[in-house]
Design a protein around this ligand. Structure first.
Ligand code: UT7
Length: 321
């Protein structure tokens, strides 16, 4: 039995912020951001909640899949920036969608989160426990940014993506890999809020994302090509069999380096980071929806999805569309 993606959806906040907009309050420039990352703009949540954005993405995925909310067995949400610590995003989605028969839980594997969630859904379907699952990935990372730190805040954006997966005899996920290197975890981190119990003295400062960009860059360029090779091999295919490579949208230079190492031209690596920035767990499902809604995917296409980021963590899956 395979796990087939039957519907995709995405939602971005209304507020679009260009690099020039950022340079009005930060010492940065369109030239620096574009030349180092490829990013031209990002969307930032002002009125929107992550639950609202993800529900919009999910509704579109359900509609394309022809699945009613009450037919869902499980909702699995990858995020590190849910609206609340409790209840989780997936529980809020279950309520919003009226998915009354679905169990729901969140999963945090940062920028690899959507791949980890998709692979978890695949394991549930292969085990026979569930047949129809909503998998989402999304973030409001702008709530975790230090807006005075130009080395991080210019890179990230907000948004959500979703897919509906179903058990299928023929089409779907053929092979997957995932990995973690917790020893290097401090190169991309964000503190939780401080413990303020009565026995602890000290300051009550806020916590923001901090990153050693060059270390993350080196990790990505070294790890992602190997992970893609391993997933393709597990799928019983070769790199030449793959039609599309949909990678986490962190930096155009990382994607170009992967394309070069795999000896695959960049036109097989669709991107949307120019308009979206890095949306962590939202990156891959939003890109998948953008490519799907443009009619670029054809039945039987072989697709690689790959995510990488904090943890450090990485995951790749190969599927037949
Ligand atoms: O989901 C995974 C998330 N993370 C990533 O994918 C990050 C991977 N890393 C990267 O994408 C790159 O390392 C960055 C884009 C973050 C940085 O590019 P870089 O070429 O590694 O630049 P750098 O950190 O070496 O900084 C070069 C200079 C520094 O100035 P000095 O020390 O040379 O005077 C920075 O202070 O650029 C400066 N700088 C900026 N200047 C203008 C850093 N951020 C900015 C900025 N605008 N926004």
């Amino acid at each position: 039995m395979k796990t087939r993606i039957c519907g995709t959806g995405s939602a971005l906040p209304e507020k679009r912020v260009t690099n020039d907009d950022l340079s009005r309050f930060l010492e940065t420039s369109d030239e620096w951001i574009k030349s180092r990352t490829g990013i031209g703009a990002r969307h930032l949540a002002v009125e929107e909640t992550l639950t609202g954005l993800t529900a919009r993405a999910a509704e579109s995925a359900l509609q394309e899949a022809g699945v009613k909310p009450e037919e869902l067995d499980l909702i699995l949400s990858a995020t590190l920036s849910a609206d609340h610590i409790l209840p989780s995003l997936s529980c809020e989605l279950q309520r919003e969608l009226g998915a009354v028969n679905a169990a729901a839980f969140d999963l945090n594997a940062a920028c690899s989160g959507f791949l980890f969630a998709l692979q978890t859904a695949d394991a549930y379907i292969k085990s026979g426990q569930y047949q129809t699952i909503l998998v989402t990935g999304g973030e409001i990372l702008s709530r975790l940014m230090d807006w005075n730190d130009r080395s991080t805040c210019v890179l990230f954006g907000d948004g959500a993506g979703a897919v509906v997966v179903k058990a299928d005899e023929t089409y779907g996920i053929l092979g997957s890999v995932q990995g973690t290197d917790g020893v290097k975890g401090d190169v991309l981190s964000c503190e939780n809020r401080k413990n303020q119990n009565p026995y602890i003295a000290g300051t009550k400062d806020s916590a923001y994302v901090s990153m050693n960009g060059q270390e993350v860059y080196k990790f990505a360029v070294r790890t992602v090509p190997g992970a893609i090779h391993a997933a393709v091999e597990k799928a019983g295919l070769t790199i030449e069999d793959i039609d599309w490579f949909l990678l986490h949208q962190a930096n155009i230079r990382i994607i170009e380096a992967v394309s070069k190492r795999l000896h695959v031209p960049m036109d097989q690596f669709p991107t949307n980071l120019q308009e979206c920035g890095n949306i962590s767990a939202g990156s891959v499902p939003i890109l998948l929806h953008h490519v799907n809604e443009r009619g670029m995917l054809h039945k039987g296409d072989k697709i690689v999805l790959a995510g990488f980021g904090a943890g450090l963590s990485w995951g790749a899956s190969v599927l037949t569309w």
